[in-house]
Design a protein around this ligand. Structure first.
Ligand SMILES: Cc1cc2nc3c(=O)[nH]c(=O)nc-3n(C[C@H](O)[C@H](O)[C@H](O)COP(=O)(O)OP(=O)(O)OC[C@H]3O[C@@H](n4cnc5c(N)ncnc54)[C@H](O)[C@@H]3O)c2cc1C
Length: 399
């Protein structure tokens, strides 16, 4: 049940934003036996415009840092074992549709980068394979590969998953275990002496907090500014198109990462999902979801037909525009406490790969809150203070 008003004047943890990240934090807090009160505040419980609802819904192990590989491996474990982990048959048993991501390199420089990434991934146990163009053609005869020098693919726990089912399970089970969800908007915070004392709601109430978690996706900077914090996360437009092929491909289409900036994947039943950005991806404010309808005709379709000639004959069925929460410094998560305002916790900056990271990030924030440190995966490389230094663990595999 979602309430309009909080039932108490103060909560031990106040989570701002109730989509996949906020719900992951809430559920993992309950799972670790946190014995305090949890309030999740969500401004739009239809979730119509959150990043969680606008995604490509895929998971991969093909990252450029070992930590991000491990985070997705935990994500895959979690996705495939929700009834066991949550101790209930009231959540679905999901499977990842393992068509894999196929990165295509059209230059020796990018091929070198893929080789380097494959070494990092396989050292972590990922099943990434490098394919010469002839090998790609043998497995996937539908690509035009004249310009391609190398491909990289992993079909083990990499592909589509039902991210809305994961989100729904986290949210409903967090609520069942006592986390309180309200529909309201946080519009201010009172911070003094190095801590956030309270949050102010659009309806006027002031709620005291032991800790506050910023899980507001593309609005992360707006929320952090309420506590006087500048966080380098910006909303960036990412469009998606669903189309039907006159002649469907003979096998599942991997999520193909084309060097032209386009990506396209299997969507089932002779339909496919394409995405990407072409040119300026900045938004005119947080509510700018306007679609540039010329993109399909001028940018997307030509690229599709060039890479997969069978996609000359396709029909667009629908499209939408969503926002990435882009960490414009190093394209990686910003997690954990602010160095000076220690009870302000970040869950931000996932730069287009947050769905698969939600289980690890939720667990990490909960561990920090319960134990003051990480017990499983050490996520301190994502702390805010690294952003000022030169040694940020930049993620290069951003789609
Ligand atoms: C086109 C697209 C494709 C993507 N594809 C993938 C993919 O294939 N795999 C993957 O892992 N990730 C993908 N992502 C990224 C992923 O969707 C996000 O990283 C993830 O959903 C972020 O979750 P979140 O909960 O942090 O943010 P959101 O889902 O945006 O949720 C933030 C919530 O905070 C609420 N909120 C904001 N401000 C306030 C406030 N002041 N008070 C109260 N509530 C507030 C909002 O209403 C919203 O519901 C994709 C994203 C897009 C846009």
């Amino acid at each position: 049940m979602t309430l309009e008003r909080p039932e108490r004047p103060a909560y031990d943890v106040v989570i701002v934003g109730g989509a996949i990240m906020g719900s992951a934090a809430a559920w993992f807090l309950t799972d670790l036996g946190f014995n305090g009160t949890i309030l999740v505040i969500e401004r739009d419980t239809s979730f119509a415009n959150c990043a969680t609802a606008h995604s490509t819904s895929c998971i991969r192990q093909q990252f450029s840092t070992a930590l991000n590989v491990r985070i997705s491996q935990f994500g895959a474990d979690f996705i495939e074992s929700m009834p066991d982990r949550m101790g209930t048959q009231d959540v679905p048993q999901l499977a990842i549709r393992n068509f894999g991501y196929l990165y295509l390199a059209d230059s020796e420089g990018f091929a070198q980068e893929l080789r380097q990434r494959q070494r990092i991934q396989t050292a972590e146990g990922a099943a990434t394979r490098l394919l010469a163009p002839a090998e790609i053609a043998a497995e996937y005869p539908f690509y035009a590969l004249g310009d391609i020098v190398l491909g990289s693919i992993n079909t083990d726990r990499e592909g589509y998953f039902d991210s809305m089912a994961v989100f729904d399970a986290l949210r409903r089970q967090a609520q069942k275990r006592g986390a309180v969800y309200i529909q309201n908007e946080v519009v201010g915070m009172a911070a003094q002496a190095g801590r956030v004392e309270s949050v102010t709601l659009a309806s006027g109430e002031v709620i005291g907090c032991g800790a506050v978690v910023n899980a507001t996706g593309p609005r992360a900077a707006q929320t952090a500014a309420m506590a006087g914090i500048a966080v380098p996360v910006e909303p960036r437009k990412r469009c998606s198109w669903i189309f039907r092929a006159e002649t469907p491909l003979p096998r599942d289409l991997p999520l193909t990462i084309d060097p032209s900036g386009l990506h396209v994947r299997e969507n089932g039943g002779g339909t496919y999902q394409a995405g990407g950005h072409f040119g300026d991806d900045r938004v005119e404010g947080y509510d700018d979801f306007a679609m540039d309808h010329g993109l399909w005709e001028n940018e997307v379709w030509p690229r599709l037909a060039r890479r997969i000639p069978q996609f000359e004959a396709i029909r667009l069925t629908h499209s939408w525009c969503g926002h990435y929460e882009m960490n414009v410094v190093d394209h990686n998560a910003i997690l954990g406490p602010h160095p000076d305002i220690g009870n302000f916790l970040f869950m931000n900056g996932f730069s287009g790969h947050g769905l698969q990271q939600a289980p690890a990030m939720g667990r990490g924030v909960a561990e920090w809150q319960c134990y003051g440190g990480y017990q499983t995966l050490d996520l301190s490389a994502f702390h805010f203070d690294r952003l000022a230094g030169a040694a940020a663990p930049a993620e290069a595999a951003v789609i």
